[in-house]
Write a protein that binds this ligand. Structure first.
Ligand SMILES: [Zn+2]
Length: 358
């Protein structure tokens, strides 16, 4: 049994500075102490979530801070989508080749962060692992499923602490599927005029916090705020849709609690679209680009208050159909969006109006 060196101890103290409670830091350390070294080398991050009983989101944030403070080391592995062989391993995302050829099955792959790439975590002082860890890794992967890289890199804390490290400016990586939302407030200038700047600003901040809570609750992440609007991403369509429904309902409750007059009410306009996009580093943070992002932004622009404009990219599954079934929803086909070539089919979803009532 060895005692932590003062050096290590400072690193652990800095974990607390990232907002993690001492109690959880202690639990994490205890887990590292009692766990066999072999399990702490190039392991599936989901192992930590399972063993510590933490949510995946919380675990990934904790590991982000642990990597930033040099307690853990992070690597990325790309696997062949056809035969499952390891294609490449890298310390930084930038080192992954965007096009890979499999030696075993000769399949050629354009690398996507949500499909072929998965993160591996090692305890820093056991890194690099002395032996081959492949057998144990595939057992854990079979039991827990590989974590898609995009699920981690889209976490706000990851983007903040490790964004620049993993992807330098002028490099981009593809994501095969991401649900992107933009929100805005309808007639927010009227809100500021009616309530006064200070009160309106306080309400706008509360509305940001409410949306962020719903987004985090469904495993998504807020990428940025733009004026009174917000942008965020999800790897899962159904969870994106649920978070947006609940956001509109949460803002409605805020209006009720504050007993706001009709013209003073905060009314959320949301655009939601899913598809491929690219991730790049901009202003030292990871950000998302591509037509999927542009369409989501345009949809938010033409949404009415208390309304979600959902494109049909999210509505072709039984699960998302079931989520929207209780609410009033009007379909519009071939809607042209400014600056975009392709028209989209959308649903105007009213999360405050039940079907049959409207
Ligand atoms: Zn292969």
């Amino acid at each position: 049994m060895s005692f932590p060196s003062p050096f290590l101890s400072r690193r652990w103290q800095r974990l607390a500075a990232h907002g993690f409670p001492q109690q959880q830091i202690r639990r994490f350390r205890q887990f590292l102490r009692k766990t066999h070294h072999a399990l702490l080398q190039r392991t599936n991050p989901r192992l930590f979530a399972r063993e510590l009983g933490w949510s995946e989101a919380y675990t990934l944030d904790f590991l982000t801070a642990a990597v930033a403070e040099g307690i853990c080391a992070l690597e990325w592995e790309a696997y062949c989508p056809v035969c499952g062989d390891l294609l490449q391993r890298a310390r930084h995302l930038e080192q992954l080749h965007s096009h890979l050829r499999c030696e075993s099955c000769h399949n050629e792959t354009d690398l996507l962060l949500d499909e072929e790439v998965t993160p591996r975590v090692s305890l820093r002082r056991l890194f690099p692992p002395p032996g081959d860890t492949a057998a144990r890794r595939s057992d854990l992967d079979a039991a827990l499923g590989r974590l898609p890289a995009v699920a981690w890199v889209s976490r706000p804390l990851f983007r903040q602490l490790l964004g620049e490290e993993v992807l330098p400016p002028n490099r981009s990586l593809g994501i095969g599927h991401l649900a992107v939302f933009f929100s805005d407030l309808k007639e927010s200038t009227r809100l500021y005029r009616s309530l006064g700047d200070a009160r309106a600003y306080a309400l706008v901040r509360r509305h940001f916090a409410l949306i962020e809570a719903e987004v985090e609750n469904e495993g998504g992440s807020v990428v940025k705020t733009i004026g009174d609007g917000m942008m965020g991403v999800f790897t899962d369509n159904a969870r994106a849709l649920r978070a947006m429904l609940r956001s509109v309902q949460a803002i409605h409750r805020l209006n009720e609690e504050e007993e706001l007059e009709t013209q003073e009410r905060l009314r959320l306009k949301v655009g939601l679209h899913a598809g491929p996009c690219i991730i790049v580093t901009l202003n030292r943070r990871l950000d998302y680009f591509g037509s999927t992002v542009n369409i989501a932004a345009r949809l938010s622009g033409i949404a009415d208050g208390d309304e979600i404009l959902v494109s049909d990219s999210l509505l072709d599954h039984a699960e998302t159909q079931k989520i929207i079934a209780p609410y009033h929803c009007r379909e519009e086909r071939e809607v042209a969006l400014r600056g975009l070539e392709k028209a989209v089919n959308i649903c105007r979803l009213k999360p405050l109006t039940a079907t049959g009532a409207g």
